[in-house]
Design a protein around this ligand. Sequence first.
Ligand SMILES: NC(=O)C1=CN([C@@H]2O[C@H](COP(=O)(O)OP(=O)(O)OC[C@H]3O[C@@H](n4cnc5c(N)ncnc54)[C@H](O)[C@@H]3O)[C@@H](O)[C@H]2O)C=CC1
Ligand SMILES: O=P(O)(O)OC[C@H]1O[C@](O)(CO)[C@@H](O)[C@@H]1O
Length: 386
Amino acid sequence: MKAVHFGAGNIGRGFVGLILHDAGYELVFADVNAELIDALAASTSYDVHAVGENSSSRTVTNYRALNSGTDEDVVVAEIATADIVTTAVGPNILKFVAPVIARALQARDASLPPLTVMACENAINATDVLKGEIEGRLGDDSAGALGRAVFANTAVDRIVPNQEPGHGLDVTVEDFFEWAIEETPFEGAPPVIPAAHFVPDLAPYIERKLFTVNTGHATVAYHGWVEGATTLADALSVPSVFAEVKAVLEETKALLVAKHEFDPATQEAYLEKNLVRFANPYLTDTPERVGRQPLRKISRHERFIGPAAELAERGLPTDALLRAVAAALRFDAPADPQSAELAGLLDTLTPEEFTVQVTGIEPGHPLHDRLLATVRAAVAFRTPEE
Ligand SMILES: NC(=O)C1=CN([C@@H]2O[C@H](COP(=O)(O)OP(=O)(O)OC[C@H]3O[C@@H](n4cnc5c(N)ncnc54)[C@H](O)[C@@H]3O)[C@@H](O)[C@H]2O)C=CC1
Ligand SMILES: O=P(O)(O)OC[C@H]1O[C@](O)(CO)[C@@H](O)[C@@H]1O
């Protein structure tokens, strides 16, 4: 069995790669980071150290590494004969890997079993987005080539911080992980991935994950950043930050319980577990990493505006989510290009334009006026009166 994985970064090596290796796949990592690919190609193994209450280490072997930027033809040939292709490159990068997969599907022998395609990104239905991009590239040839693949949405959950300089290829990750994959596209013959959890309907899983783990984690990052915290654990130890995170998670819990009929006590236990995960004392994580790409994180269907919009439509409270958005609007990490872009948009667009263009919330929506007030306050904060 062979799996090609795009994105040999934190989640690629520390989660998807590890699980596919443990499932018995020969791995082919594809990445555009030449230094990383060269290091992987020159090695025969790397270690994944899972830290937390149940620490353990695993060694990943039986992999190769290819530069998908310079060796696209070779990557196409590998995918054409693979069983699985996965991505962990970031939702905004899917459009760049789609053409490579499209070419591989065109080249794939129709007698082979279909290629399983799964985007392992923090986004609702990321595989559907990838499929749409592939379809766009295939044009008139789309029906035949798409028929050589099965596309399944997934929800991936494991906290993998940026690795310390000099860490080499080894990855330190939290001990918890969860990989939920929708099972219906496989029509009874899912791929062999024992550590994954195949579910008939992914929507409750991905929304529970994105609106609890990612909403909560990003809330720690943004309020922590405003407080000047340098680690996630430090941020959570600030009582006001902890209170904000708890309040945000109570709001998203109300949505998840109302929408997906989760048991309130079970959801409360899930959010409490996540508060413990965020404060994992064995893992060094930073507000810069967890808050990265604020424009993506405050977009329409993401971890803040997504649940806030649905809560507002149901007449339920959104105050803590809006305070988290207010903190996100103050995120200005120098190494994060979207921070500068965010500041530029706050400085050049009117608050009305910013609200519609960045968050996708139109006038007339029940969230609009309070969100607009949040944006106005952020603009006023940036331009104090003389
Ligand atoms: N790190 C984490 O804790 C988690 C991350 N995720 C998701 O996984 C995805 C990746 O995140 P990380 O691994 O943290 O980021 P990362 O930055 O460590 O890794 C991304 C990798 O993608 C590569 N890449 C960029 N453009 C590419 C292209 N065109 N072709 C091939 N490779 C390309 C980069 O060189 C990098 O090695 C994101 O969507 C993130 O939301 C999901 C759950 C947990
Ligand atoms: O690119 P994103 O969405 O910030 O992804 C990373 C996030 O995913 C998580 O791993 C949670 O699954 C967090 O560690 C982190 O905040």
